[in-house]
Design a protein around this ligand. Structure first.
Ligand code: ZN
Length: 275
């Protein structure tokens, strides 16, 4: 793999964005994703100019923005909030030269058919894509490996993104989500690699498909059930050159010393990015 960027997704509840930025720089990550809730908190103490100046002086690059959520079948209040958040992320992203915004579908209880979900996704993502285009930004649609997520397999997500057919709409491939609903490795092998905008790397507890909880059952790469090497080999064969970013949510990690966590994240992820 020529030069995949090793990234970090700042999910630690016990850390501020300032602390995570500093530690990611210290432990040699290439890139960091920015999360909307952390950004909003950061801006209560700092300005966008401060953030820009941090990155101008750092080896760490900002590489994506997470996330606009519950985008499908939402009521007018949620729609407005999402539109405001999208405008906010465009402003930040444009200033920092970030290309991708992660978009997450909604959840339901067997209410919407595959076709209804596809049509709604096409409508919303096309609308968002037109908005972010003038900021030179792209949308990375992240399927969620939960039975109640409207879009929950790679192949369903890929079908939607292909149907949209826009250069600035692709996929955020999260290994946990891929594994958790048994997405098809063959579908990944056959996919157009240009449609995979970014990768979230992580591991998962040993539970059957459909029962993993995305906020609780993630583990450091190498500690769980996910055949990470197989997934990375597929990406390597396809000459994937984007971001591979560690994204972990797990209650016990919130008890960890933040420096120890980031150091461990770097070590355990680097193992899978060796040539
Ligand atoms: Zn993710």
């Amino acid at each position: 793999m020529s030069r995949v960027k090793l990234g970090y997704n700042p999910t630690l509840k016990q850390a501020t964005l300032e602390q995570e930025l500093e530690l990611c720089e210290k432990y040699g990550f290439d890139a960091i994703e920015l999360r909307i809730e952390k950004l909003k908190d950061y801006f209560t103490r700092n300005t966008l100019a401060d953030l820009k100046s941090f990155f101008e002086q750092s080896t760490l690059q900002p590489l994506s923005l997470n996330a606009i959520e519950y985008v499908l079948f939402s009521d007018s209040v949620r729609k407005e909030a999402n539109n405001r958040d999208l405008a906010f992320l465009c402003e930040v992203g444009y200033e920092l030269g970030i290309r991708d915004i992660v978009i997450v579908p909604s959840f339901h209880k067997t209410e919407y058919s595959m076709e209804a979900i596809k049509q709604e996704s096409i409508q919303i993502l096309t609308q968002y894509a037109n908005k972010v285009k003038k900021y030179n930004m792209r949308l990375a649609y992240e399927f969620v490996g939960n039975p109640n997520a409207c879009v929950n397999t790679f192949e369903q997500c890929y079908d939607i993104v292909e149907s949209i057919g826009l250069d600035n709409v692709g996929i955020s491939l999260d290994f946990f989500h891929f594994y958790a609903m048994n997405s098809s490795k063959q579908a990944l092998q056959e996919a157009d690699i240009e449609k995979i905008f970014l990768v979230h790397i992580n591991d998962a507890d040993f539970y059957p498909p459909g029962s993993l909880r995305e906020e609780e059952d993630r583990l450091f790469p190498g500690d769980g059930a996910i055949p990470i090497k197989d997934y990375m080999d597929i990406l390597k064969d396809k000459n994937y050159q984007g971001l591979v970013s560690i994204e972990l949510f797990r209650k016990e990690y919130e008890e960890w010393d933040m420096e120890e966590f980031i150091k461990t994240a770097k070590e355990k992820t680097s193992y899978y990015l060796q040539e």
